[in-house]
Design a protein around this ligand. Sequence first.
Ligand code: URA
Length: 394
Amino acid sequence: MAAFAMAVYFRGLDGAETFALTDAMIRSGETIDLHAAIGRKVVDKHSTGGVGDKTSLAVGPIVAACGVPFGKMSGRGLGHTGGTLDKLESIPGFRVELTTDEFLRQVRDGGLAIIGQGATLVPADKLLYGLRDVTATVDNVSLIAASIMSKKIAAGADAIVLDVKVGDGAFMKTIEDARELAEMMLELGRHARREVACVLTDMDQPLGHAVGNALEIRETIATLRGDGPPDFTELVLAASAHLLAFSDLGVDEAAGRQRAAAAVRDGSALAMYERWIAAQGGDPDEDALPTAPVVLDVDAPGVGYVGAIGAVDVGMAALRLGAGRHTKDDRIDHAVGVLCLKKRGDRVGAGEALAQVHAHDDRSAAKAAEEVLAAYTFTDDVPPATSIVLETIG
Ligand code: URA
């Protein structure tokens, strides 16, 4: 299989071959018919992976608060990208491992569940992904499309919103590559008779402010309260609007967006978050989250505008602090990470805090602070404004 992965990496797969691979991967294990089990149309979302990407954690409660069942299986982080399950595990008591029956019951009765993918769904992906990781063959459009879509199709949602990250911190570095991946995943979805939309989103800087598990949970709670960072809030509302438009509520995207915004405003999204976390055994109180013993400001060296923030560099700084894993078996420190207080386009004064490092000790804090500062570039003039959602396909 390692030789196969390398052959695909160098030669590529055509459409028919990608369908065949996806199909074979789905058939390597169990599949779930969520529609039949829940008795309603169920929606799902997936991201190709980025830095500071906690989108599902906010989208799930919003969509569920609007009355649409949301059942999702998520993965763990590897390398500079964080994983939704690791973020959820920073909540004391939270259980990511539910049986399929518990998962279905919770989506049906509570409206929302996010769990780890058990060994029974697409076991071929777990094995193949492990081999791709050690043979440097992760980064291939067909292999990524088959890996993501086999899991989404086997997990059984009727409609799926795919967040395809583009830029320095993503697998897809250019918009052209992201479009190719999006088109391939749309085709695989059509083939399996699922409704799919792809939002291509900016991963040239970390998403929101927080990078690191408990810090990202805090930012999720703030966003559900209506106090989230603008880029993250925009992506959450855009993804929620797509999901609501796909649902059986019979609303279009504009009405979906209004409902999503209303669920944040009236507190129902935050109340849903709290019920969901408690239902999976976790303590939803923000004060229950772990905090790092050392917090160090990273100060701006001069006056100017933030021109860019290297997402991979920030992701790697957080990883080295202990927020991520070098190998699958590494243990995570849920409290540590980086807050990028200033983002692209923000004006900074000399000595003003650009970022904050949350660390286990002074030494690792000082090292991470240097790395985070090196990730920032400054300009004299305001850089052109960009939007978080670059394009929607499907
Ligand atoms: N996410 C996946 O699940 N698989 C890939 O191959 C890449 C990102």
